[in-house]
Design a protein around this ligand. Sequence first.
Ligand SMILES: Nc1ncnc2c1ncn2[C@@H]1O[C@H](COP(=O)(O)OP(=O)(O)OP(=O)(O)O)[C@@H](O)[C@H]1O
Ligand SMILES: [Mg+2]
Length: 249
Amino acid sequence: MGDIIEFHNVVKEYPYYESIVRGFKSFILSNPFKSVNVLRKSKFRAIDGISFSIGRGEAIGIIGRNGAGKSTILALISGIIKPTSGRVVVRGKISPLLELGAGFHLELTGRENILLNGILLGLKRREVEKKMDDIIAFSELQEFIDQPMRTYSSGMVARLGFSVVAHLEPEILVIDEILAVGDMEFQKKCVEKITGFKKKGVTIVFVSHAMNDIRRICDRVIWIEQHKIRMDGRCEEVVKTYERYMEQA
Ligand SMILES: Nc1ncnc2c1ncn2[C@@H]1O[C@H](COP(=O)(O)OP(=O)(O)OP(=O)(O)O)[C@@H](O)[C@H]1O
Ligand SMILES: [Mg+2]
């Protein structure tokens, strides 16, 4: 049996035009005179030939600058997108991608969203209802839970997202930059919960710009630079090298 997650020379390309629209501001600032029609035909590599494998129970951090390709890697692991070439293998029950607001419907209430997400994740309605009180208690959103989610702050959305996932018993926990928006007390609770999962042998893939959280959670770190792996190794070693590199940049 192989590793729980394997990337074999994975490439993900987007039409260049779409990458520009996503990063519209930087396009306007850096490339104002190029013809959009020329760009429309070219491809942009968000991930450029990446290979790694993650063993069962490992806690892996993925770090790197904005736009390096970290979220793209998580989306590939989660199966939300498919690689342009190469192979992605995942051998385990994966949590939904924890990304701010992903999977929530803003016109529904917090409670309805918990139910909806639980069912989408394969639980029976009765199972979700059994966990409902625990999920709400962990989120500390009792007061707001029957309000539509459009009235929630970004921190409240993150709280609910984390609480749902934390009660699902995944085999692989995939977290994209979500702790950053919670307040300090909730961040601490999340880190404790994640550490608890780790002790139970859950595989964790954690993307963050907060090196403290990376240090607390991860054993191994993969540093992505310019859509490729720059370094893959023990947490402290990679984080230190990255920090030194960023100070010089
Ligand atoms: N759906 C998409 N269509 C077109 N381009 C995309 C799409 N998703 C990502 N990209 C591009 O791929 C590159 C990598 O994006 P990604 O979101 O993976 O970066 P990231 O490392 O998560 O950055 P951040 O730290 O800002 O979250 C970026 O240049 C981005 O513009
Ligand atoms: Mg990202």
